[in-house]
Design a protein around this ligand. Structure first.
Ligand code: C2O
Ligand code: CU
Ligand code: CU
Length: 526
């Protein structure tokens, strides 16, 4: 039996048809200008990298004992520079795809799942037709070839499914089943810094999961499913790179931890067990201009953070852990620790990760004294360019909404396929400010496809922001594709719509919110 409770949200229709009818003043595109017959970003080679990426069911060892049934990606390099594919642990989740800025890449996608899927290149600046958005599904048994030029800065990006059917999205389920992988882009600016690499570069994918008796992954089962749908899936175990957290032997030198929150809905509060500040050198869209120190780092679903840790002063025999501190918060703050299923979730019979607990994510055991004079660069990328705004830059406002039993909305609207309203059309080459206003009781990590933006303002209009205990860990510097908007906050981002016209989506990256309506298309017009 594959996974318990895969049948969507029992008893609750994903997007209510009445709501769809009620959503007005929107324009359905005639359909032709963006639907290329063959989705293909670049027509002509030669290609520097040729990959084949297959989504398929499989069985992998996760916990001790019986292996678990999963859905996963497998990749072959059909032609290209050696080292493009690097196995990451057992390659589940994964595999890690390494690309270099300027490369021209062709990828043959193969759907060997029993349902539609897509492959989305999260964070990459690629044309709409190769973006893996819900409009262009790959049917079971079918293949699709996509190609693009790697234009992005060096950074940790990722890929995951993005299908949306008539009964709602399948992103949460398919990602949970195991479809996700890291994608690293390298460039000359990063290379010149000589950051820790090889064994000193650790890529960590954080995901939470729940298991039933025989190590079966469970998603939405029984009484928990309604809660899960509202607050997003929260598992009772944290996996790092698809396995229980582990301790590694390290030397007295600097390490680079590149962390992806690949969880459906869980927000992490990353800290060092010895209380030292966390040194951040990069975000979603690559390196910061300068390193930043924070007491802890708040990492919302889909976000990445690049962390420098210097162990050169440590003694052999010492041990340090990267932990995630459980925070208070959730749908209704005063009802308990809903964010961790300790409140009403606990009452509903789900096992709990208690609030205040520290979860170990990675142990570093210092076993070796080594000399490696690498020290933290004072400047990381002095040329870092972010969209620039003036008093005349137009502001577009997005109100984030939640309704009991009806899922989630943006400006009162839910997902309606490729339908774009008048206020969801932007012009190619323009810079705009988008303001996300969160008057709900839950945090929403808002994601925009096709670009990286700058976070230019964050303001709270109620005292709700504080109760989550996540605000001191927000990293707003640098470039982002996903920004966490806490309850009671309004957050402004600056975006420039360069190079590609057509349809993209923007949505909440709490995958259950996204699957239940909190996603819309926007159009870049000429
Ligand atoms: Cu991580 Cu719409 O994507
Ligand atoms: Cu994305
Ligand atoms: Cu949300």
């Amino acid at each position: 039996k594959l996974l318990v409770g895969i049948g969507g949200f029992a008893g609750i229709s994903a997007v209510s048809p009445t709501f769809l009818l009620a959503a007005c003043n929107s324009e359905t595109p005639a359909g032709s200008d963006n639907l290329a017959a063959t989705p293909h970003g670049v027509e002509k080679g030669p290609f520097d990298v040729n990959l084949r990426l297959r989504a398929q069911p499989d069985t992998v060892p996760i916990l001790p004992g019986t292996p678990s049934e999963v859905w996963r990606y497998k990749a072959d390099l059909t032609k290209g520079s050696p080292g493009t594919l690097t196995p990451l642990g057992e390659s589940y989740p994964g595999p890690l795809i390494r690309l270099r800025q300027g490369q021209r890449v062709r990828i043959q996608l193969e759907n060997r799942l029993p349902e539609d899927t897509t492959v989305h290149w999260h964070g990459l600046h690629v044309p709409p037709d190769v973006d893996g958005q819900p409009r262009l599904p790959i049917k079971p048994g079918d293949d699709m070839t996509v190609a693009f030029d790697v234009r992005d800065r060096a950074g940790l990006y990722w890929y995951h499914p993005h299908p949306h059917g008539p009964d709602g999205g399948r992103v949460g389920f398919q990602s949970y089943a195991g479809l996700a992988g890291p994608l690293v882009i390298e460039d000359d600016i990063e290379r010149a810094l000589g950051l820790p690499d090889g064994e000193q570069e650790l890529i960590l994918i954080l995901q939470d999961r729940s298991f039933a008796g025989d190590n079966e992954l469970t998603y939405l089962d029984g009484m928990g499913s309604m809660m899960t749908r509202m607050q997003g899936f929260l598992g009772d175990r944290i996996l790092v790179n698809g396995r229980p957290p582990e301790t590694r032997d390290v030397g007295t030198r600097a390490y680079r931890l590149r962390i992806l929150n690949g969880s459906n809905a869980r927000i992490y509060k990353l800290a060092w067990s010895d209380g030292e500040p966390v040194t951040v050198i990069g975000t979603d869209g690559g390196l910061l201009a300068k390193p930043q120190r924070l007491p802890y780092v708040t990492l919302a679903p889909a976000q990445r953070v690049d962390v420098w840790v210097d162990l050169s002063q440590a003694e052999v025999g010492q041990q340090l852990s990267l932990v995630s501190e459980q925070y208070r918060g959730g749908m209704m703050g005063d009802m308990g620790d809903m964010g961790d299923m300790g409140g009403m979730g606990g009452m509903m019979g789900r096992s709990a990760l208690p609030a205040g607990a520290q979860l170990d994510l990675l142990g570093l055991r210092i076993t070796q004294r080594v000399r490696d004079g690498r020290s933290l660069p004072l400047n990381l990328d002095s040329e870092l360019a972010t969209p620039s705004v003036t008093a005349a830059t137009p502001i577009r406002r997005f109100e984030l909404g939640m309704r009991m039993m009806r899922g989630f909305s943006i400006n009162g609207r839910q997902f309606e396929g490729a339908t774009v309203a008048d206020d969801e059309i932007v012009a190619l080459g323009d810079t705009e400010i988008w303001e996300f206003v969160n008057d709900t009781m839950m945090p929403h990590p808002m994601h925009v496809h096709g670009l990286q933006f700058a976070v230019i303002g964050r303001q709270s209009f109620s005292d709700r922001r504080g109760w989550s205990g996540l605000d001191a860990g927000l990293v707003d510097a640098g470039l982002h594709d996903t920004v966490l908007v806490l309850p009671g906050e309004r957050v402004r981002v600056a975006l420039t719509f360069n190079d590609f016209k057509g349809l993209y989506v923007y949505h909440c990256h709490n995958m259950e919110h996204e699957d239940n309506g909190m996603m819309r298309y926007y159009r870049v017009r000429a």
